[in-house]
Design a protein. Structure first.
Length: 299
């Protein structure tokens, strides 16, 4: 057995923050240009770039693709992830970055509920309380009485549901080599979105093409940084640091898009983060999956 290096939370945190930076820049590009292109076209271009970057690793580790376990589950995961990423790119162009990030923090609660229904996992009173706190925070942050449910927010709700479903399916695929998971995901995204991308394809000006392609570069590089972070650091520590992405989103939204969240947003977002932290840390202590707060599928 290959000896694993000792845990180094400082280096792990550095890789995690690199992942956050790359991810927020990819989302910022989508937000800046997303209204001009169909989401399926952006997802397809992201998948095409990702596959080009993955190809050398696929060739080097091609033996891992023999006897791929549970191919139907792999395809279900890809389908859910394709819907998640497409809806995500649609939503991010229409809602504030900070709200997008806060809504995604509710995924651990939705995963918990799905795990209870699909995997028959028991939900404790503490976990129900965390879910209720998170939902209260979302109601406060979004202020539905003053903000009608628009297409962007509706798409964001779909992102949370399908992204959480992808997490549940991914649990059933634990043990599958990472290169297999990454390849199925990247190729599947391209195949699922290609017909829709071709139907509504918008010609990309020469000056915008490199910027759109950077979405795939940033996303794929971010995924590698995330994996490296969890190879080096402890999951419990990294899951807490992951909530710093809310501060990053608020800052970038303010500096680049003039988005200024109000007091209601910060009050609601605080409740969501507290609920997710409570659920995540308890899940880590008990060694259970309900508190998974790893990389969000569909990113």
């Amino acid at each position: 057995m290959t000896e694993q290096p000792p845990r180094d939370n400082l280096r792990g945190a550095a890789w995690l923050f690199a992942d956050m930076g790359l991810n927020i820049w990819a989302l910022s590009i989508v937000k800046a240009l997303g209204l001009g292109y169909p989401p399926a076209q952006i997802v397809f271009l992201r998948a095409a770039v990702g596959l080009m970057l993955l190809t050398p690793l696929i060739l080097r580790k091609r033996s891992a693709f023999r006897n791929v376990p549970q191919p139907w589950f792999q395809m279900l995961r890809v389908a859910l992830s394709a819907v998640t990423l497409t809806a995500s790119y649609f939503a991010i162009a229409r809602v504030p970055l900070a709200l997008y990030t806060t809504m995604n923090f509710t995924r651990p609660m939705v995963v918990m509920l799905l795990a209870a229904v699909v995997l028959r996992e028991r939900i404790t009173a503490r976990q129900w309380g965390a879910a209720a706190l998170a939902m209260t925070g979302i109601v406060i942050a979004t202020d539905p009485a003053a903000t009608p449910l628009g297409a962007g927010l509706a798409a964001l709700l779909l992102v949370v549901l399908t992204g959480s479903g992808a997490v549940i399916v991914t649990r059933a695929l634990r043990g599958t080599p990472e290169i297999v998971m990454m390849t199925f995901y990247t190729v599947g995204l391209g195949l699922c979105t290609l017909p829709f991308a071709l139907t509504d394809w918008v010609a990309v000006p020469a000056d915008e093409l490199p910027v759109l392609l950077l979405i795939g570069v940033f996303a794929q590089a971010g995924q590698l940084c995330f994996l490296r972070a969890h190879f080096l650091g402890e999951a419990g520590v990294l899951s807490v640091l992951g909530y710093a992405s809310l501060l990053v989103s608020v800052t970038v939204g303010y500096l680049l898009f003039d988005e200024v969240p109000g007091p209601r947003f910060f009050a609601g977002a605080t409740l969501v983060v507290v609920a997710a932290l409570t659920l995540g840390l308890r899940g880590r202590r008990r060694g259970r999956g309900a508190g998974d707060s790893g990389r969000q599928p569909g990113r």
